[in-house]
Design a protein around this ligand. Structure first.
Ligand SMILES: O=P(O)(O)OC[C@H]1O[C@H](O[C@H]2O[C@H](CO)[C@@H](O)[C@H](O)[C@H]2O)[C@H](O)[C@@H](O)[C@@H]1O
Length: 345
């Protein structure tokens, strides 16, 4: 692993490809944000605790997770942009807030480092993006935090010098906890959902068989969790797909259902998410409880909200949501698309 201990915010300047827009200054840091954003509003449906879901609620939620109109610089959209300003436009301010602090980078993969595409197996990141991430990692401890299984996301990113948290944070390969803020060469695994592996495998097989009758549906095995993709399914079939998934999960009360971008995610009902992964990695790096650490988390999806919320509660660092649409979020800043993440580096 790269030794990042000596680097701080000013080093970010060397890693920045895009200059800050002139004339923008921070009135306060962090800027105002939607404070009423809570997990309940993020679409999490815990079947173990919620019992029967209201008919139609899953379909509504699936539709809501796939907004169709891009932001326009007027009205409510403008209000949203003011609450979650562009991290690119406010880059100087972000750097100023991080000055003298140890930046730690957390990056989601799909929709953040790679564009969203129809076939999940083809969600490759560009060589330019890889180089940009490599550059960031030379300056700051950098982790990828993905819903994908860890091996798969590593095969996309292909950078040995990063830390990886797969399966929505349930499979972490990170550094050992150290006291002098330097990562040792030997790394630790954190896999809090190991006992769920057999049941996840069983549900994967069941769902794969069920989804065969729905054209375009696809089940992806992410080791500690599953993704049921409906991006290529006719909208008229979404209800049937949601009902099938819900019916299968009815027999597995220890699994829960969350949603992402045209995907239903099935995972163990344990209190462990991308937010916990962020905390685990900060602690493993020896940064827990330190006021001079500035974590930056960039993500695009609902599951990234758990990490944004952790940062919000810590009152340290920033969350950056990649989105073309106004969305309820605990992130402070926004970027419009993965390519902007590249420029932010
Ligand atoms: O946490 P992430 O790294 O963002 O992973 C979340 C899910 O991303 C992938 O699905 C999404 O991207 C696909 C490729 O662009 C797209 O086809 C799909 O509609 C999106 O939901 C991945 O395939 C899932 O397993 C991840 O859970």
């Amino acid at each position: 692993m790269t030794n990042h201990a000596a680097f701080a915010a000013e080093d970010a300047v060397t890693a920045v490809a895009a200059p800050a827009q002139p004339g923008r200054h921070f009135a306060s840091f962090p800027p105002r944000r939607a404070r009423d954003c809570r997990k309940a509003a993020l679409g999490r449906m815990d079947l173990a605790t919620s019992g029967v879901l209201m008919a139609g609620s899953l379909l509504d939620s699936m539709k809501a997770s796939s907004p169709r109109h891009a932001m326009s610089p007027a009205g409510a959209d403008q209000e949203w942009i003011e609450k979650h300003p562009s991290a690119l436009e406010w880059f100087e301010g972000v750097l100023a807030a991080a000055e003298g602090k140890q930046i730690v980078m957390f990056l989601d993969y799909d929709g953040t480092l790679s564009p969203i595409v129809e076939d999940p197996e083809r969600a490759v990141m560009t060589e330019e993006m890889r180089e940009a991430v490599r550059g960031v990692a030379q300056h700051f401890p950098t982790a990828i935090v993905s819903g994908r299984c860890r091996d798969k996301v590593f095969n996309f990113v292909k950078l040995e010098e990063l830390y990886y948290a797969g399966s929505h944070g349930m499979d972490i390969k990170g550094p050992t906890k150290v006291s002098n803020h330097k990562a040792k060469a030997d790394e630790v695994l954190c896999q809090p959902a190991t006992k769920f592996l057999p049941v996840i495998q069983k549900v994967y097989e069941t769902l794969t068989a069920k989804m065969e009758s729905i054209p375009g549906a696809m089940v992806e095995n992410n080791k500690f969790c599953l993704s049921v993709h409906f991006r290529c399914v006719e909208e008229a079939e979404w209800d049937a797909l949601g009902r099938e998934v819900r019916a299968v999960l009815h027999d597995y009360p220890k699994l829960c259902l969350t949603e992402g971008r045209k995907v239903l995610e099935i995972r163990p009902s344990i209190k462990w998410d991308k937010g916990n992964a962020l905390e685990f990695l900060l602690e493993s790096l020896g940064f827990a409880g330190r006021g001079d650490v500035f974590p930056i988390y960039i993500g695009d999806d609902r599951t990234d909200e758990d990490a944004f919320e952790v940062l919000h509660n810590m009152g340290q660092g920033i969350g950056i949501l990649v989105t073309k649409f106004p969305k309820e979020t605990s992130a402070s800043y926004s970027l419009r698309e993965p390519a902007e993440s590249f420029y932010a580096f």
